[in-house]
Design a protein around this ligand. Structure first.
Ligand code: FES
Length: 198
C-alpha cells in the first residue's frame, strides 16, 4: 500500500437483487456476472474474490487516502477514513471505505482527487464526474451514470481486509479476468463452495 495523499467503487440495485436471490451463505463475494440474471444462481465453477489485508484501522489518518491494488494488480483503489459514517463503512465509526480510482464513465484516473471537505472523489480529469464516498460512490456531478465500484471491506481485529468488489471496474467484463491477483491477495480457504454474503 502506498501513500495516496500525494498526486496519484456500488452495489447496484440490479446486483443487490441478484445477491438477495442467491442468498446468504458464506464470506466471499461472487462477481456480479457470475450470477445468472434469470435464475439468480451463481456459477460456482468460476473464481470468487481473493482476500487482501490492506492496512490497520488504527493507523489510518482521517482524510489521508492510501492507494492499493485489488483484486488484480492493475486495478487501482483508494482506502480512506472519511470521518463520517458511510454506506458499507467499517471500523468503530463506520467511516472506513475503499473504492476503485478508475472512473466508471471512460476510465479516467481519480487518483489524488479525494476531497475531504465533501467526502467525494473527483472531479474526474476527463469529464468532471464526482462521486460521493459516503453513499456507495453515487455520481453527484457530470457524465458518469454508474456508481464508483466499491471495495467490500471486513475488519479482522485491527486489520482491514478487502473481500470483494461491488460494481464492474472500468474496462472489465469480469473484475477477476485479464490479469494476476494483486500482490498478497489470496483466495479464502474453502472458497470453491462459498457464495455471497449480504
Ligand atoms: S472518464 Fe470520468 S467523467 Fe468521463
Amino acid at each position: 500500500m502506498t501513500d495516496d495523499s500525494k498526486p496519484e467503487f456500488c452495489l447496484s440495485r440490479r446486483m443487490a437483487m441478484k445477491g438477495a436471490a442467491v442468498g446468504v451463505i458464506a464470506t466471499s463475494f461472487v462477481p456480479s456476472d457470475i450470477v445468472d440474471a434469470a435464475t439468480g444462481e451463481a456459477d460456482l465453477s468460476r473464481e470468487v474474490y481473493p482476500e487482501l489485508r490492506i492496512g490497520k484501522a488504527s493507523a489510518l489518518v482521517e482524510g489521508e487516502p492510501l492507494a492499493f491494488a485489488y483484486p488484480l494488480k492493475q486495478q487501482p483503489n483508494l482506502l480512506v477514513k472519511l470521518g463520517t459514517a458511510a454506506r458499507r463503512g467499517v471500523g468503530p465509526d463506520r467511516d472506513i471505505v475503499a473504492y476503485s480510482t478508475l472512473c466508471p464513465h471512460m476510465g479516467g484516473s481519480l487518483r489524488g482527487r479525494y476531497r475531504h471537505d465533501v467526502n467525494a472523489l473527483g472531479p474526474c480529469p476527463f469529464h468532471f464526474s464526482t462521486f460521493d464516498l459516503t453513499k456507495g460512490g453515487i455520481p453527484v456531478h457530470a457524465q458518469a451514470t454508474q456508481n464508483l465500484p466499491q471495495i467490500v471491506l471486513r475488519l479482522d481485529g485491527d486489520d482491514i481486509v478487502a473481500v470483494g468488489v461491488i460494481g464492474l471496474i472500468y474496462g472489465q467484463r469480469n473484475n477477476l479476468e485479464g490479469g494476476d491477483f494483486a500482490e498478497g491477495a489470496q483466495k479464502p480457504i474453502g472458497s470453491g463452495r462459498r457464495l455471497m454474503r449480504g
